[in-house]
Design a protein around this ligand. Structure first.
Ligand code: ADP
Length: 255
């Protein structure tokens, strides 16, 4: 049975194809057209697996761009897809922290892997991947370089919560000669505190997993572990958890 999960996010579109006991993955920038992004992912995955589109038995789409694929396939919320993906990979996990480009989510799971409760910040860029992208841009580096550039010996506290004000604060700090690596450590701490407080409000329960594109950043993982006082799992392919869950739900729907 061959199934496909698409997670069309605000920044990146991700796809997972489950075929012949293999897992194929593709990630591309979402760009201006979520529909094109989804179709490009499908083309890439069938080519990687050397199959035809007609060989796909079922497809589930999630992410902010899921509405545009509504006519073609079943859509499921990101919360459900993340829960399904994580329950498959790490059944012992009770708390999921997912930080994407445009929102951050905390999801609590039952021992059976069902969603018990969740909390989401999608009203403000603080504590999301967008916050880190804006800051990396102002520092003249790519978001993927933030982690290695942080300097924990000179951590600087960033006081502004708002992304726009935090950017001005950072520019002022740089102008007065403050260490760049120390500022980056402070930015990671700021995301850790913001999302960590969401986790505490919902109730921290081990084990904790960190997913989404921002989980690639080891500095944010470090900051969250400091804030929560617990070890956090970052799975291989952390950005694909939602798409994997979608592909698994597509398979579940056939049985
Ligand atoms: P969405 O589903 O909203 O598109 P993702 O879960 O794909 O979001 O995460 C996108 C975010 O992940 C970006 O805003 C960026 O901050 C972060 N990111 C992506 N790639 C990397 C990387 N290589 N290193 C560090 N952070 C990354």
């Amino acid at each position: 049975m061959t199934t496909l999960g698409l997670d069309i996010g605000s920044v990146a579109a991700k796809g997972v194809l489950l075929h012949a006991e293999q897992r194929y993955t593709t990630v591309i920038p979402t760009g201006w057209s979520p529909l094109d992004a989804g179709n490009n992912i499908i083309d890439s995955l069938v080519s990687k697996a050397n199959i035809e589109k007609e060989d796909i038995s079922n497809m589930v789409v999630t992410g902010y761009g899921r509405v545009v694929h509504q006519a073609a396939s079943k859509t499921v919320t990101e919360i459900k897809c993340h829960a399904r993906g994580v329950a498959e990979l790490y059944p012992e996990v009770r708390t999921i922290i997912d930080i994407g480009g445009q929102d951050s989510k905390v999801i609590k799971l039952s021992p059976e892997g069902k969603v018990i409760d969740f909390s989401m910040n999608d009203k403000c860029a603080a504590g999301t991947g967008r916050f880190l992208q804006v800051m990396a841009n102002a520092l003249g580096i790519d978001v993927s370089q933030l982690s290695e550039a942080e300097d924990l010996t000179e951590t600087v506290k960033i006081n502004s919560m708002c992304t726009v004000f935090a950017e001005s604060e950072m520019v002022n700090l740089l102008a007065t000669g403050t260490s760049r690596g120390g500022i980056i450590a402070g930015l990671h701490d700021s995301v850790g505190q913001r999302v960590g407080s969401m986790v505490k409000r919902l109730g921290l329960e081990a084990q904790v997993i960190f997913t989404g594109g921002v989980a690639i950043n080891q500095g944010v993982k470090r900051a969250l572990e400091k804030e929560l006082g617990t070890n956090i799992i970052v799975p291989d392919g952390c950005q694909f958890t939602g798409a994997l869950g979608a592909a698994l739900l597509a398979r579940d729907l056939l049985s």
